[in-house]
Design a protein around this ligand. Structure first.
Ligand code: ATP
Ligand code: MG
Length: 559
């Protein structure tokens, strides 16, 4: 699917909401939430969920909450919280009210666990993890009741109290909902709802020695916040009966409903937080925001704009069928944005010296070029022509190949926006490498070709005397394989693209780029789209390649 498709991508959630609104199901309200666990940085898959949850609230005049699902203190941290807050904002969304935390509800959740015990619907189980697995049964066989299942309400209350007070060691027992060990749905076979963790929590400190499970915390937090449509990914479909059982068996203040959609999977990358963390921890990449990472902060550093990511999420739609989206689609979303909005500039990445022998030493001539070929409102930029120029090494061949549109010995080429030059002499070093071209320029070709004039093509260039030195980082896809997790006998690390980062130093950009700011985007003519790296300074200017001008991978795949 491309953006040219005229059919609007489907969003079945919106269809459900429109029906609910028609039938006044939640009193005409739409309240959604985005509930990340702060155990890593957000990635492009989360962007889909963010656009869906926040976008849906915006579309229907509702609200969307940002709630940290923080029930695993050991794996979570303030750094992750801060990065998530930043990323959601950067994508252009604002949550309703304060940032919320599941940990805000720990007391209420605990009280509801006690409520279940009192109702005879929860019990403390001393089986260890391995025994519990044995008792749980399988997809084809029912489970068996734990020998602790029939403990009295009083005993359960006392034991749960001890768990809470920290007098029971970690792992010695858990609290389980008493549902049905023979249920065909394994999630209903007396799921664990509380476990002991003697851990420091980034929000609640050392207050708690017991922590609710995801299943126990999630739906009840939704109910506390009066969420109407609790939208999650398909792997939670089998948890829905438990979600509903808890909502139905607890005195919760509202009746949220869970809906599942298919997660975003993109080829040539991975979206498992665990594996992304491994890439960072083992230093295969330069941190969570390495421009090759599919994290939102990585895409941002790579030069993706919030609008391009939102557009991409619109294009892929929201369905219940799993599929893998082509990376080329994400790349085309940023290309479309930058094609329309990025100013043009010239940058020579692998310079070859060109001396214009008929142009006076010490003189220069300035040309005014449009910042954008199709958008005059973006203004203009100035480039300077002189005796000492630089062109791209790959734009010269001594003997022109067939259909060569660049410079060759004895031939002419137009320098973008300036003059046509002709190569009169090729200078080589002792090793036979070309180190300089002696050329002449034709004053009659200023700006445009005179009638009947024929030059091979147009190439980019800069003036060696006043261009800006810079470093250019050519980023490419992180993996060489469309499905780096596809071969179970090998590690995804084996498929890291060794050319996913090529650093070029000694590059030269046109003079106006001397005072650029981090995150500014450019099209370097003929070279691709680039952005100023977040660590770039005027003394140490760094440009990151966001994406090439055209999809070069499609060609590679077709062979
Ligand atoms: P974890 O294994 O740590 O739970 P997770 O990817 O589910 O990882 P969460 O922080 O729980 O991460 O995700 C927050 C929200 O983003 C959830 O509602 C989740 O369903 C959604 N989400 C996560 N990954 C994707 C994805 N690839 N596509 C769409 N939504 C996603
Ligand atoms: Mg999750």
């Amino acid at each position: 699917m491309t953006k040219q498709d005229s059919v609007k991508p489907t969003n079945f959630i919106h269809q459900i909401i429109e029906q609910d609104l028609e039938n006044n199901v939640h009193g005409g309200q739409v309240i959604t939430r985005f509930p990340p666990e702060p155990n890593g940085y957000l990635h492009i898959g989360h962007a889909k969920s963010i656009c869906l949850n926040f976008g849906t609230a915006l579309k229907y005049g509702g609200q969307c909450h940002l709630r940290f699902d923080d029930t695993n203190p050991e794996k979570e941290s303030q750094e992750y919280i801060d990065s998530i807050v930043n990323d959601v904002r950067w994508l252009g969304f604002q949550w309703a009210g304060d940032i919320r935390y599941t940990s805000d509800y720990f007391q209420q959740l605990y009280d509801w666990a006690v409520f279940l015990i009192k109702e005879g619907k929860a019990y403390v189980d001393d089986l260890n993890a391995e025994q519990m697995r044995e008792y749980r049964g399988t997809l084809t066989e029912p489970g068996k009741n734990s020998p602790y299942r029939e403990r009295s309400v009083e005993e359960n209350l006392a034991l749960f109290e001890q768990m809470k007070e920290g007098t029971r060691p970690e792992g010695s027992c858990v609290l389980r909902a008493k549902i049905d060990m023979a249920s065909p749905n394994i999630n209903l076979r007396d799921p664990v709802i509380y476990r002991i963790r003697h851990a420091h929590h980034h929000q609640s400190g050392d207050d708690w020695k017991v922590y609710p499970s995801y299943d126990f915390a999630h739906g009840q937090s939704d109910a506390i916040e009066q969420i109407t449509h609790s939208i999650c990914t398909l792997e939670f479909e089998d948890h829905r009966p438990l979600y509903e059982w808890l909502i139905n068996n607890l005195p919760v203040p509202s009746q949220p409903k869970q809906y599942e959609f298919s997660r975003l999977e993109l080829n040539y990358t991975i979206t498992s937080k665990r594996k992304l963390k491994q890439l960072v921890d083992e230093k295969h990449v330069d941190g969570w925001n390495d421009p090759r990472m599919p994290t939102i902060s990585g895409l941002r550093r790579r030069g993706y704009t919030p609008a391009s990511i939102r557009n991409f999420c619109d294009m892929i739609g929201v369905t219940r069928s799993n599929g893998i989206v082509d990376m080329a689609m994400l790349e085309s979303a940023i290309r479309d944005d930058l094609d329309a909005n990025a100013p043009r500039a010239m940058c020579v990445t692998r310079p070859l010296k060109v001396t214009i022998t008929n142009f006076a030493e010490g003189e220069e001539e300035w040309f005014e070029l449009p910042a954008h070929p199709k958008n005059d409102s973006m203004g203009s930029r100035r480039v300077s022509f002189g005796r000492n120029l630089l062109i791209e090494q790959e734009d010269f061949e001594e003997v022109a190949p067939r259909k060569w549109k660049r410079l060759a010995a004895g031939e002419a080429v137009r320098l973008r926006g300036a003059y046509v030059i002709r190569c009169e002499e090729v200078i080589k070093n002792d090793a036979g490498e070309i180190i300089e071209l002696k050329c002449t320029y034709d004053p009659a070709t200023k700006g445009v070709n005179p009638e009947g004039y024929k030059a091979n093509g147009v190439i980019h260039w800069v003036n060696a005397d006043n261009s800006v030195p810079c470093e250019v980082r050519l980023y490419d896809r992180l993996f060489t394989e469309a499905n780096p997790e596809g071969d179970k006998s090998r590690s995804f690390l084996d498929f890291i693209n060794p050319e996913s980062l090529v650093v070029l130093t000694g590059c030269r950009a046109e003079p106006g780029l001397v005072d650029v700011k981090p995150e500014q985007n450019f099209q370097f003519e003929r070279m691709g789209y680039f952005c100023v790296d977040q660590n770039s300074t005027p003394e140490n200017l760094i440009f990151n390649r966001t994406v090439t001008l055209r999809d070069s991978w499609a060609k590679i795949q077709k062979g």
